[in-house]
Design a protein around this ligand. Structure first.
Ligand code: GTP
Ligand code: MG
Length: 203
């Protein structure tokens, strides 16, 4: 897929105020600092479309971007950021949860996982929540450049094997690096294919 345009639409903390256009939507979620906003910029080949930071907790709202005037990409706040107050954290979780439960246009969610990490409780629980809410999702391993090429394959294989302790089948996964552009074509081709598959539902 060629990216002809990528534009910021709006930010908000209430899913009912999100754009009403009936076009397919893809959401990016995962722990704070895992690289959600960076991945969006890498995919769109734009430096500052989504705001990134070395410090966790940068993205705090539901951010809609419209791509090629035909689909939405959504940058969400990270979960599991220990430094925000408990009260604020509860509110975060509540509006993220509402987003997933109520956003009808959402066709696929990308759960980002740092390639260097073993499965963590919070990610497993989040994927379980998506499963229960019947939201299709893929796993996106990020920051592949931070591990050597031989290590990375072992690490991903081991991560997937551990996931099989929770589920019988594994979701589709992608290996990416926002620094090198690894995984970009495969990722965009995947979205293109879904856009074609769901076109009939969005007429
Ligand atoms: P929140 O908005 O806080 O939830 O974080 P986020 O998941 O959007 O992460 P963000 O894209 O802001 O990136 C966090 C940090 O990781 C930044 O310092 C990025 O430069 C760095 N980073 C993200 N992706 C990669 C990558 O593929 N490789 C490397 N080396 N660094 C990355
Ligand atoms: Mg972010």
């Amino acid at each position: 897929m060629k990216i002809k345009s990528a534009n910021f639409v709006m930010s908000n903390s209430n899913v009912t105020k999100a754009p009403k256009d009936r076009i397919p939507e893809y959401a990016f979620i995962g722990r704070s600092n895992v690289g959600k906003s960076s991945l969006i910029n890498m995919l769109m080949e734009r430096k500052d479309l989504a705001k990134t930071s070395g410090k966790p907790g940068k993205t705090q709202l539901i951010n809609h971007f419209v791509i090629n005037e035909s689909w939405f990409l959504v940058d969400l706040p990270g979960y599991g950021y220990a430094k925000i107050s408990k009260k604020k954290r509860t509110i975060f979780q509540h509006f993220i949860e509402n987003y997933f439960k109520e956003r009808e246009q959402l066709v696929c969610t990308f759960v980002l996982i740092d390639s260097r990490h073993d499965p963590q409780k919070i990610d497993i629980e989040f994927m379980q929540f998506l499963g229960e809410t019947q939201i299709p999702f893929c796993i996106v391993f990020t920051k592949a450049d931070k591990l050597g090429s031989s290590k990375i394959n072992n690490q991903i294989a081991s991560y997937k094997k551990k996931l099989l302790n929770y589920w019988e089948t594994l979701p589709q996964s992608f290996l990416t690096s926002s620094s090198t552009g690894l995984g970009r074509k495969e990722f965009l081709d995947f979205i293109d294919k879904i856009n074609e598959d769901v076109a009939g539902d969005f007429k």
